[in-house]
Design a binder for this molecule. Structure first.
Ligand SMILES: C[S@@+](CC[C@H](N)C(=O)[O-])C[C@H]1O[C@@H](n2cnc3c(N)ncnc32)[C@H](O)[C@@H]1O
Length: 575
């Protein structure tokens, strides 16, 4: 058995290498392979021959100069080949007919990958070890023919001799595929949990089968999407596109409305149509001109929409902050920011001595956007349904004056959810405490569903909340702060626990403990934690919550986890 190794290093001497190997693809082979006839070696380099000896070297009149990333090319015969023009240490020498060209190892990986998609006879196993940009082919014989039969039906879990993926990866990939299939077809498909499972598994599956180059290129594309969305938001362009059923706007009309050159609008909009944020089409039959129309995604980006506000918030706290993060950590040291002041966002704003919320309350637009954006998090993350409310409802029935104090409750949207879900809880028994400006703005909304709720100003960094309530509820509060600040906040809350049955409820993402975590954090959970870094906050594991609670004189008395998200309610009581 000979093993062929496609690598960005020279093929080692000790490997058993064979010349004259004939691999022939079927007439209807995957595009790009139809000319590949043989793989053999010469001078410790892998050699690919073509059926008719033609070169796959791109001619000058062929499409533009290819690069070492392996851009698609066509030769003079129209043969699709992926060729790099210059040799680097990462390139492989490849003979194509009589000529020798340098082909990047990634391209060979791609070729190997495509071969592997063909039905291979007599035990040929051509597998791709993607993350090391290496592919291996174990050949049962040295003169092996490929035929083009479809690999249908060969879905064996344990042995798939012609799989593109190493056996070690196959089980994981099949498991992910199974999660997708089961959740798509299950009765529970209407359940949001099933949808989340499908989306998460599909993302993981895609990540596992993509090439490293694809992955990195995607980052660049994402950066460009962010930049183009930001421009269109700033120009009010999403608002200018008519949103009625079947309505659209020409690029020229949009350019006029946003006071920009049409050419510029076309380029920015192309970014957005390419990733389906907006839709491009050729207008109506009677007016066939290039047009733009909304998609369900772009409708979220109208001004005043919570998602548009969340975009602005995330843009500042993640994308914009990234421009100063290296300098920030050079200056303050490579440690978690302690805050509340001297955090990356206050450094970015040119006021490092300020904390996040004092900066926010000085900027009316930013504050409004922030409060609006918080509605997204309550939609995506459950508010009710986790905590066992029986003792709360009993206290409400017993007529307790203050049952529920929402600390940092913003405009009261979470209290509203509890009041709606649990009619036994009366609005007069609920208090929302927040910064002065926030309370004033919330009161001014005169939300009829919050009539009766008591609004009180407080600064949780310094003050104790209203004393003697049953529940002190902190949703998405501690994660905005470092451990020392979170301890200060909890110590202030603990001062209000004058009644033996009083409880503190922390409603936040609950990360697994790193020490016993078999898998990496899901992307969404990791991103939420990372985005908190810029304001000096963090997402925590139970052990981390226990630590801050303990330092504040409290103990974890119960944990209520959400069924489908990493969110939980952690109940604390006096030690
Ligand atoms: C991330 S939001 C959470 C809002 C709400 N609890 C939710 O889950 O959607 C943080 C809230 O804490 C409030 N806040 C920030 N600093 C505060 C302070 N020092 N004292 C009281 N409230 C504060 C903010 O105004 C904001 O309403």
């Amino acid at each position: 058995m000979a093993t062929y190794l496609v690598t960005d290093r020279a093929v080692p001497d000790h490997m058993e290498l064979t010349t004259g190997l004939t691999l022939r693809s079927s007439p209807d082979a995957v595009e790009g392979l139809e000319t590949v006839q043989g793989i053999s070696t010469s001078n410790n380099h892998l050699v690919i021959g073509t059926v008719d000896g033609r070169s796959v070297t791109p001619s000058p009149e062929a499409s533009p100069v290819p690069n070492a990333n392996g851009d698609d090319k066509r030769d003079t015969h129209g043969t699709r080949a992926r060729v790099a023009t210059h040799s680097t240490t990462k390139d492989m020498s490849v003979a194509t007919g009589p000529k020798v060209e340098h082909i990047h190892a990634n391209i060979l990986t791609e070729i190997a990958h495509r071969f592997s998609q063909l039905e291979l006879r007599r035990g040929l196993d051509f597998s791709v070890v993607d993350n090391e940009r290496r592919c291996t082919a174990d050949l049962a014989t040295t003169n092996m023919e490929l035929n083009g039969n479809n690999a249908k039906g060969n879905s064996s879990r344990t042995s798939s001799p012609n799989s593109a993926f190493p056996a070690s990866d196959q089980n994981r990939l099949l498991r992910l595929a199974e999660v997708i299939t089961l959740n798509i077809s299950s009765q529970a498909a209407a359940d949001d949990g099933a949808r989340i499972k499908v989306a998460t598994a599909a993302l993981e599956l895609a990540a596992a089968v993509r090439t490293p180059t694809d992955t990195v290129m995607d980052w660049f594309a994402t950066m460009s999407v962010i930049s183009s969305v930001r421009l269109f938001l700033h120009w009010g362009a999403f608002d200018m596109i008519p949103s009625g059923e079947g309505e659209s706007i020409t690029y020229a009309e949009l350019a006029e409305r946003v006071n920009a050159d049409e050419g510029l609008v076309v380029r920015v909009a192309s970014m957005l149509t390419s990733c389906h944020v907006l839709a491009h089409h050729l207008g109506s039959r009677d007016r066939p001109v290039p047009c733009l129309s909304h998609t369900p995604t772009s409708l979220l980006l109208f001004s005043g929409q919570p998602m548009a506000a969340m975009f602005s918030l995330m843009y500042t706290n993640v994308a914009h902050v990234s421009t100063i993060l290296p300098t920030y950590f050079d200056l303050y040291g490579r440690t978690e920011p302690l805050g509340p002041a001297h955090i990356p966002t206050s450094y970015l704003a040119g006021h490092p001595e300020e904390d996040y919320f004092s900066l926010l309350k000085k900027d009316e637009t930013a504050l409004r956007d922030f409060n609006l954006a918080m509605r997204i998090s309550s939609r995506r993350v459950p508010v009710t349904g986790m905590y066992d409310m029986s003792s709360v409802l009993q206290a409400a029935r017993d007529g307790r004056e203050t049952v529920w104090v929402d600390i940092g409750g913003g405009d009261g949207h979470t209290v509203k959810e509890f009041l709606t879900a649990y009619p036994g809880l009366r609005s007069e028994q609920c208090v929302v405490q927040d910064l002065d400006e926030v309370v004033v703005a919330a009161r001014e909304q005169h939300d009829p569903e919050l009539r009766g709720v008591r609004w009180m100003k407080m600064d949780f960094l310094h003050d104790a909340p209203l004393k003697g309530a049953l529940v002190y509820y902190l949703r998405h509060i501690l994660r905005d702060y470092s451990d020392p600040v979170a301890t200060t906040i909890l110590s202030n809350v603990a001062r209000a626990l004058t009644h033996p049955d009083s409880r503190v409820l922390i409603s936040e993402q609950l990360n697994p403990d790193m020490a016993s975590m078999p898998d990496p954090l899901p992307l969404y959970a990791a991103f939420k934690d990372f985005s908190m870094l810029s304001i000096g906050g963090k997402e925590r594991s139970l052990q981390q919550f226990e630590k801050v609670a303990d330092a504040a004189g409290l103990k974890v008395s119960a944990v209520f986890r959400d069924r489908t998200t990493p969110h939980a309610v952690i109940e604390l009581a006096l030690k």
